[in-house]
Design a protein. Structure first.
Length: 438
């Protein structure tokens, strides 16, 4: 008599799509379209994301040249931004105008006695965050694929270009404290352990808080970053300049399709407009694929032994979501043809979806949703990481406190990735406009 054995996966937990890495093996395609739309920007969206790490590299050089066993540039950078954020948090704690750029508030709240102020402590992830602004900025710093402030591949090995040294100087030459010493000297004392006197000064000094703040770059910093964004003589800068003009000076980002794309066409740049539409089409494919996965997890949740592909495909919500996915894939392929853009990985995925029957579409999604599902004899069962996925429409505008504490990625204006960094550019442009200071 044959024996049969069944295994039962753990109950699926409900999580949002922003928490689940559902990239369908298309990360390279996602990066391709982000770079196509807003080249060289990386994940930056305010000026101090650039000034802080460049200053860290400069301070590391200075300490090393003076014979110190200097901390790595990464450690110095994390310490500087942690101190800047902690001072900003101290000044705005409980206020409605809490900085959207501020990381680490959860760790800072644990420091009830306000003892964690030394460089040695603040540069540790447990007293700040693991996912820092420095991590979000590294790509944009580099000469290759970035804005050209430093040369090299890894952050700790970057060497400052003249323009990078100039921006670091603009940040470090600020005068702070009653004695008017430079921020450079103040930070060198802090890094080398003279924290008691310096931290007391920092907590009571408006000039030190301002000098380190994520919200208050100097006009010189603004001018340097803006020039690298828009005034460099290369194709990437020209594209960013055209895009910035289409974005305009509005406080709010204009509608992409009905505003930015239209303005680019009217200005005589239809190819750039078409590239944005192709990127948006790719984003729609990802969103509809996630919606289809969400419907599959909902249907599968009540069937612990799994569902055969043909039966799962007949579920009403699954059937509608796969139809929407097929339509998005068809539109994407048309958009890339119009834009003369050929990104092979996303194109192959879209063609598989467009040309397949519903059971085959589900099979493709099962294969690409790593860990979420498994397939045995054409029966879909839970994989090693069973989770209920929410549809993307449930995520519109959602950003809870837990998301905000995750780190730099969760604070980006383009957190969902569907503006392909146009939102980030809009935010950065606003931050680098000249300001009246004093």
């Amino acid at each position: 008599m044959p024996s049969f054995s069944c295994w039962f996966s753990p109950s699926a937990s409900e999580i949002s799509t922003s928490r689940l890495s559902l990239d369908f093996d298309l990360r390279a395609a996602d990066l391709f379209f982000r770079e196509l739309v807003a080249p060289g920007l990386g994940r930056i969206w305010f000026a101090r994301q650039i000034s802080w790490p460049l200053a860290a590299i400069a301070l590391h050089e200075e300490l090393t040249n003076d014979g110190w066993n200097a901390p790595k540039p990464t450690t110095i950078s994390h310490g500087i931004e942690a101190l800047g954020c902690k001072l900003e948090n101290l000044g705005r704690r409980g206020r409605a105008d809490r900085s959207r750029r501020l990381l680490g508030s959860r760790a800072f709240a644990r420091d009830d006695s306000q003892n964690v102020w030394s460089f040695g402590l603040l540069s540790q992830a447990k007293n700040y965050v693991r996912n820092t602004h420095r991590q979000a900025s590294t790509r944009a710093l580099r000469t290759e694929g970035g804005l050209g402030f430093a040369q090299g591949s890894r952050f700790d090995l970057l060497e400052l270009e003249p323009i990078g040294r100039e921006l670091a100087r603009a940040f470090l030459d600020q005068h702070v404290g009653q004695g008017g010493k430079s921020l450079r000297n103040w930070l060198l004392d802090w890094i080398q352990g003279d924290e008691k006197r310096n931290v007391q000064a920092a907590r009571g000094s408006a000039s030190i808080k301002t000098a380190l703040s994520p919200e208050r770059p100097t006009n010189e910093e603004r001018a340097i970053v803006r020039a690298r964004l828009l005034d460099t003589s290369n194709a990437e800068s020209d594209k960013r300049l055209r895009l910035s003009r289409a974005i305009g000076n509005n406080q709010e980002l204009p509608d992409i399709e009905d505003g930015i794309v239209v303005r680019l066409r009217e200005a005589g740049y239809p190819s750039q407009a078409n590239e944005i539409l192709a990127a948006r089409g790719f984003g729609a494919v990802l969103d509809r694929a996630r919606d289809a996965v969400a419907a599959m997890t909902k249907a599968l949740d009540s069937e612990r032994l799994g569902l055969a592909l043909p039966i799962l495909a007949q579920d009403e919500q699954v059937e509608q979501s796969t139809a929407d996915l097929r339509a998005a894939a068809t539109n994407y392929l048309q958009a890339t043809d119009t834009a003369a853009v050929n990104e092979p990985y996303s194109r192959r995925f879209a063609e598989d979806i467009r040309d397949a029957e519903n059971p085959r579409i589900l099979e493709v999604l099962v294969q690409r949703a790593e860990g979420l599902f498994a397939l045995a004899d054409r029966i879909v069962v839970w994989g090693s990481s069973p989770q209920i996925v929410k549809p993307t429409q449930d995520e519109e505008g959602a950003q809870d406190v837990a998301d905000l504490e995750d780190g730099a990625l969760s604070l980006e204006p383009d957190r969902t990735g569907r503006t392909f960094r146009i939102k980030n550019l809009h935010s950065l442009l606003r931050d680098v406009r000249p300001q009246r200071q004093g």
